[in-house]
Write a protein that binds this ligand. Structure first.
Ligand SMILES: Cc1cc2nc3c(=O)[nH]c(=O)nc-3n(C[C@H](O)[C@H](O)[C@H](O)COP(=O)(O)OP(=O)(O)OC[C@H]3O[C@@H](n4cnc5c(N)ncnc54)[C@H](O)[C@@H]3O)c2cc1C
Ligand SMILES: *[C@@H]1O[C@H](CO)[C@@H](O)[C@H](O)[C@H]1NC(C)=O
Ligand SMILES: *[C@@H]1O[C@H](CO)[C@@H](O)[C@H](O)[C@H]1NC(C)=O
Length: 422
């Protein structure tokens, strides 16, 4: 049988991981990325549970470990900077706590995955490209190859399999499933901004700092060994109130500068180090902000067209998107490899393996909004008391159980092992 010809769309996390494993299943792969180069921005992403299992099967754990952030834990601080609670990692990746052992910058992770695949003879990366149109042929009774027309110079060609890894607002998903690009996207009334600032606001302190202000405003910031500060902001509205995401999405249309202005005015008067952080944010060069959404589709495929990563199951708030993306890429390739010669069965196997995991990792832990970003001064006071108590009594096991869906200890899913053909 000739090698399976595969087109992967998107080169962030899901795309390169899928390229890695599909090449081991003996496929010939083209990866196209809309941006002119690998995107390096973003802040920390977590690799947990089955994601840890998968990267351990790849020759990259050392590279990941070398890049994981050296944060010793998180201090929860009040407006005057005093710490009222503190959470540390468990020091054991089998039993991760709220602070993951495998926190890594998204850009670093993407680069590691790219480096691992870029020189492989069966994998070709093409930047500055996207899909224009797709037409699926019917091959007897089953779905046949897909004819793909590509936007900037790559020739129109027939692929046995098209894998959309182009993120939560995937345009390829819209084409492949014949729907609009906002279909299956569920806002969580929350947005987040990630950036670094060229000053060390915490004098090299190895602890991260988390601060909440009324109005659902959450700030996390920490020193980086290179002398800069990394910042994550989250803006949350109460359930059912879409105002925060609506004004955020409006601002997004005005580009990064418009977004920065919006964020700065939203955080006005929030207290603590906010004013300084906002001033530096306006000048930051790696600013990236996005609405936090979940993607839920009735099916992960349409014939030979398949969704992997955020395009198929962005996890939103739970922070499990990267874990799901890495696991999904492994399972798709594994199931195709296992059902060699019967692509339909492989795709079906992938969907069946993913469903329970998606259901579990997309479940938002109860009360997490109230805990992360209370809306009122009263809510904030209560939250802070609870946090201080939890930290003081060290009943982190309790917290872990409570947040089980998002911060589960290592792999309970029992990933299958595959006999790779290549
Ligand atoms: C620049 C960037 C920064 C991020 N920062 C963070 C962060 O700080 N914290 C966090 O938790 N998550 C962040 N994320 C999201 C996180 O990477 C994902 O939630 C998760 O890792 C799953 O990855 P993914 O590969 O499925 O999708 P994504 O990481 O969203 O990647 C999608 C890729 O597809 C490309 N693309 C989009 N449309 C097309 C198209 N039509 N044709 C071809 N290519 C296309 C994009 O440029 C991107 O490279 C970021 C994503 C990006 C793209
Ligand atoms: C890389 O390419 C070769 C053959 O072209 C293949 O056998 C191998 O498994 C590929 N993949 C990886 C991840 O090494
Ligand atoms: C903004 O960044 C530039 C280049 O890094 C720097 O020269 C300048 O002083 C910065 N301005 C502020 C207000 O921080």
């Amino acid at each position: 049988m000739p090698n399976l010809k595969v087109l992967i769309v998107g080169a962030s996390i899901a795309g390169p991981t899928a390229a890695y494993w599909l090449s081991k299943a003996g496929a010939d792969i083209t990866v196209i990325e809309r941006f002119p180069s690998l995107r390096s921005n973003g802040q920390n992403v977590d690799i947990r549970t089955s994601g840890v299992t998968v990267i351990r099967k790849m020759p990259m754990e050392t590279a990941v470990r070398a890049k994981t952030s050296q944060m010793e834990g998180i201090n929860f601080v009040l407006a005057d900077g005093s710490t009222y609670a503190c959470i540390k990692p468990t020091g054991n990746p089998e039993q991760q706590s709220l602070v993951s052992e495998y926190e890594i910058l998204r850009g670093d992770l993407s680069q590691i995955l790219f480096d691992l695949t870029k020189d492989n003879k069966s994998i070709k990366y093409v930047f500055g490209e996207q899909v224009m149109s797709m037409r699926q042929q019917i091959d007897g009774k089953v779905n046949g190859p897909i004819i793909v027309e590509i936007a900037n110079g790559l020739a129109t060609a027939e692929y046995d399999l098209v894998v959309a890894c182009d993120g939560a607002t995937s345009r390829t998903r819209a084409m492949g499933l014949g729907r609009g690009s906002r279909d299956y996207v569920y806002p969580s009334n929350c947005w987040a901004a990630f950036f670094s600032i060229n000053e060390d606001l915490f004098a090299g302190n190895a602890m991260g700092h988390a601060y909440s202000a009324v109005g659902g405003r959450f700030i996390a910031a920490g020193s980086d060994p290179s002398g800069i500060t990394k910042v994550v902001l989250m803006g949350l509205s109460p359930p059912g109130d879409h105002s925060a995401s609506v004004s955020f999405c409006d601002a997004m249309k005005r580009g990064d500068d418009g977004l920065k202005q919006f964020v700065a005015s939203h955080y006005e008067g929030a207290g603590w180090k906010t004013e300084e952080i906002m001033k530096c944010m306006l000048n930051s060069t790696d600013f990236y902000a996005n609405e936090i959404v979940q993607v839920k589709t009735p099916s992960l495929c349409n014939g030979r067209f398949v969704l992997v990563g955020d395009a198929g199951y962005a996890a939103g708030f739970t922070g499990a998107g990267t874990t799901l993306a890495i696991t999904g890429a492994y399972l798709l390739a594994g199931e195709i490899n296992k059902h060699a010669g019967n692509l339909e069965a492989g795709i079906k196997g992938y969907e069946e393996q993913m469903r329970p995991m998606i259901a579990k990792l997309q479940r938002e832990p109860p009360l997490i909004r109230t805990i992360l970003a209370p809306q009122t001064a009263w809510g904030l006071w209560v939250r802070n008391r609870i946090f201080a108590f939890v930290a003081w009594t060290r009943i982190l096991e309790f917290a872990q159980k409570y947040f089980a869906s998002a911060f589960a200890s290592s792999d309970k899913f029992g990933l299958p092992e595959y006999e790779w053909v290549a």
